[in-house]
Design a protein around this ligand. Structure first.
Ligand code: HEM
Length: 493
């Protein structure tokens, strides 16, 4: 209205205001771009003007490789949006994430993973609150708890079930069965002596089905940038309904399992129940749901890519070496969790295919910070991606895109490799489930490759390329059909 009145007016004031408004808008936009401050940060100029390009990449699930290609062109520091910079160096990852550095806080993006309205371990933004929660749970996931005989046995049994089921057909979809395996392992850890039995069927299997084929990316994307469109999508998209039903089933399962009591004293469930009258049941439920959510696709998908790689002819010699190490360990009653080649295979799989391939976003503190020689103003979002940390520096990771477990035995550059290893994040927010995830991976490989070789099934035609979700990635085709061939049975070759 005011503008209309001004435009109708023919006085010189009209001219001044008509020029002033667009100019003021333009200046405030340029001001928000921080161009003066970030002009020296490497990256294409047009990406610095907007967030549209990164949003497009988020929407299409191609962010990790896009950012990596920018790193290949511009080096270990690259600005890929008006307010976002990616780093691929161990100095930056240490500064941004390392223990004790409470400066770089998680962004509100993590709120997308909230269960109800509860603040829990993964979603807590405030470092004090996070520290308080983490202290309560840290011992529940320590390596010594994971390697307790009860857990080792529970995980080994599930791994055997996985291998037996897959070997009972000439085309086993390991994408699905590995999600089921990961669910059964994480619930065994949370609720021992109970836990889901999704590998064997029933409602638990249905739960994995509903969750494994949902398409959270688009729902997340819309909800994050426009809650209204997000709600609309969740109403209309069939995959959202399936994910919601799966979520409801898990919720019911967790509620009932927590309520029944009698959990082994080293479990997270037992930690909650010792809180007696102080127990906040909805919070306990939300925390367990969060750990289950964090533990299914991550471990399942890394294993899926690994089994796929080990099914390729170029890795036959490696599979034979793994098989021989495992058979020898069984014969000599050695602990499989200490086997060197098995450990290197797991480590290499995590280097190439840990699904946390997107930048783990953190805010630069208010006063701004200098990272890897570049000053960034407060509130810029910075992060590192496992994808680029594990590939960019080819002096540390020669043939970076190749699956070469032997690299982990090379004494030369060993500490550089470890410093660049970012599969589980770093510092105070590092993955609490990492020992469990690695134990699951070792147990799975043991159950499979001590008895079988694997090869692509006759009807395997799914795309094993990378499909980014909002924080993790999964195989694009959501299917990986393999045939398990017993070692003695060479007739099928
Ligand atoms: C291969 C398997 C896994 C990978 C690659 C992985 C990766 C990660 C990464 C990168 C983070 C840090 C996120 C950030 O800083 O923004 C994280 C955090 C977390 N992970 Fe995992 N994870 C895996 C398995 C698991 C499992 C099995 C659990 C089950 C307990 C789990 C539970 C969590 C939780 C609760 C957090 C939040 C920790 C905190 O903020 O203190 N993860 N994970």
């Amino acid at each position: 209205m005011i503008l209309d009145a001004v435009l109708a007016d023919q006085s010189p004031a009209r001219l001044v205001l008509a020029t002033f408004f667009p100019l003021a808008l333009l200046l405030s936009w340029i001001w928000r771009l921080n161009l003066g401050v970030t002009r020296k940060v490497p990256g294409p100029w047009y990406l610095k003007l907007t967030t549209a390009f990164v949003k497009y990449r988020e929407f299409t699930g191609t962010q990790a490789t896009w950012i990596h290609n920018l790193h290949l062109r511009y080096g270990p520091v690259v600005q890929y949006a008006r307010n976002q910079v990616s780093f691929a160096s161990c100095t930056a990852s240490k500064q941004i994430y390392s223990t004790g550095n409470k400066d770089f806080r998680k962004t509100e993006f993590y709120g997308m993973f909230k269960q109800g309205n509860h603040i829990n371990l993964f979603t807590a933004l405030d470092p004090e609150k996070h520290g308080e929660i983490r202290r309560q749970f840290a011992d529940r996931y320590s390596n010594s708890t994971v390697l307790r005989s009860e857990i080792v046995t529970a995980v080994a049994e599930r791994a055997e079930t996985f291998a037996t089921i897959c070997a009972s057909t000439n085309s086993a979809d390991v994408y699905f069965y590995l999600h089921a395996y990961a669910l059964d392992c994480v619930t065994a850890m949370l609720f021992h002596p109970y836990g889901t039995n999704s590998l064997n069927g029933g409602d638990d299997k249905q739960m994995v089905h509903l969750l494994s084929y949902a398409n959270p990316r688009i729902g997340f994307f819309l909800t994050y940038y426009s809650p209204f469109l997000g709600k609309l999508w969740n109403l209309l998209a069939p995959t959202s309904t399936s994910s919601e039903k799966g979520g409801e089933m898990i919720h019911k399962y967790v509620t009932n399992t927590l309520a029944r009591g009698g959990h082994s004293d080293f479990t997270l469930a037992a930690r909650f129940s010792t809180q007696g009258e102080k127990l906040d049941l909805p919070l306990a439920i939300s925390e367990c749901l969060d750990h289950i959510g964090a533990g299914i696709e991550t471990t399942g998908d890394t294993l899926c890519w690994l089994l796929w790689a080990l099914s390729q002819p170029q890795h036959t010699a490696r599979v034979t070496q793994l098989h021989e190490e495992l058979v020898h360990a069984h014969r000599e009653s050695l602990d499989i969790h200490t086997l060197p080649y098995l450990g290197a295979v797991v480590q290499e799989a995590l280097r190439l295919w840990a699904p946390g391939t997107l930048p783990l976003p953190r805010y630069v503190p208010e006063e701004g910070r200098c990272i890897d020689g570049y000053y960034l103003p407060g509130k810029m979002v910075v992060g590192c991606t496992a994808y680029s940390m594990h590939r960019l520096d080819t002096a540390v990771f020669p043939d970076a895109d190749e699956f070469v477990p032997e690299r982990w035995f090379d004494n030369k550059g060993g500490s550089d490799r470890q410093r660049n290893f970012f599969a589980f994040g770093l510092g105070a927010r590092t993955c609490i489930g990492k020992h469990l995830a690695m134990a699951e991976m070792r147990a799975c490989l043991n159950a499979v490759y001590s008895k079988y070789r694997t090869q692509p099934a006759h009807d395997m035609n799914a795309d094993m390329g990378l499909d980014d979700q909002m924080l993790t990635s999964r195989p694009k085709g959501m299917s990986c059909k393999l045939e398990f061939v017993p070692w003695e049975d060479e007739s099928k070759e």
